[in-house]
Design a protein around this ligand. Structure first.
Ligand code: NAI
Length: 244
């Protein structure tokens, strides 16, 4: 019997990069998975694609309802959908701040709020949020993005305190720079993509980008019944960037 047998997970941002790796990993370990994304993921046995925008509360509520009707339960939520932003506080206007916080922070709030009634009925309930090394490291040109992920770290701890007594564990992973389509787009825009990639690799003490699969393993651990004593944790998967 696999560790996620009988459990149902919702993964936001499950169509690409880290989210897609989480979907693959949880399915491989026995979970049924709903990938909630702007982009629809084609359905397969044990996989449901649900198209929804995490900034649309009604759409999120309808998506969570659709998952619970389809699979009959929801045990795990992986709040992973996120968008980037570059610049200092001088560069991004209020509209841009609100746009990014709406996805990166409020998106997690909306999905969690809609899923909580289902999680309360699960014997193995867990929420795992995707933070970032930017939550704690002072990265240049990332004021808005870093603030959004610092808020995710704080939200994770507060939610862990609120919901542990209901049997719902809330944790987060803090990826370093990961080899996903997101970084591909960043490199495509760079004047010298090879030099930019080398700089991103050198920024992490282990000298390379993190793979989406490595992050997915950390998410799966925190989501799994093996992590029953972990709550409010921020697990770094960043080649030592925050620690060394
Ligand atoms: P990605 O761009 O490859 O995938 C993000 C997915 O989220 C996409 O499928 C996109 O459609 C979905 N998404 C975006 N906005 C959405 C919305 N409003 N509603 C529903 N879905 C939406 O990005 P990647 O790299 O997989 O990033 C995933 C998470 O990991 C993000 O939260 C990001 O902040 C975080 N992260 C990524 C790092 C990296 O270096 N790639 C490093 C640290 C954190």
């Amino acid at each position: 019997m696999s560790e996620f047998d009988g459990l149902v997970a919702v993964v936001t941002g499950g169509a690409s990069g880290i989210g897609a790796a989480v979907v693959r990993t949880l399915r491989k370990r026995g979970a049924k998975v709903a990938a909630l994304d702007l982009t629809e993921v084609p359905a397969e046995d044990g996989l449901l694609g649900v198209r929804a925008d995490v900034t649309d509360d009604a759409a999120v509520r309808a998506a969570i309802e659709a998952v619970s009707v389809h699979f009959g339960r929801i045990d795990i939520v992986v709040n992973n959908a996120g968008i980037g932003a570059q610049g200092t506080v001088a560069d991004n206007d209020d509209a841009e701040w609100l746009r990014v916080l709406d996805v990166n922070l409020l998106g997690m709030v909306r999905v969690s709020r809609a899923a909580l009634p289902h999680l309360r009925r699960s014997p193995a309930a867990a929420i795992v949020n995707t933070g970032s090394v930017a939550a704690t490291a002072g990265l240049p040109q990332r004021a808005l993005y870093s603030a959004s992920k610092g808020a995710v770290a704080a939200l994770t701890r507060a939610m862990a305190a609120d919901h542990l007594h209901e049997g719902i564990r809330v944790n987060c992973v803090h990826p370093g720079t990961a080899d996903t389509p997101w970084i591909g787009r960043l490199l495509d825009r760079a004047d010298d993509p090879a030099a930019e990639r080398a700089a991103l690799e050198a920024r992490q003490p282990h000298g390379r980008l993190v793979s989406a699969e490595e992050i997915a393993h950390a998410v799966a651990y925190l989501a799994s019944p093996s992590a029953t004593s972990s709550a409010g944790v921020g697990l770094a998967v960043d080649g030592g960037m925050q620690e060394l």
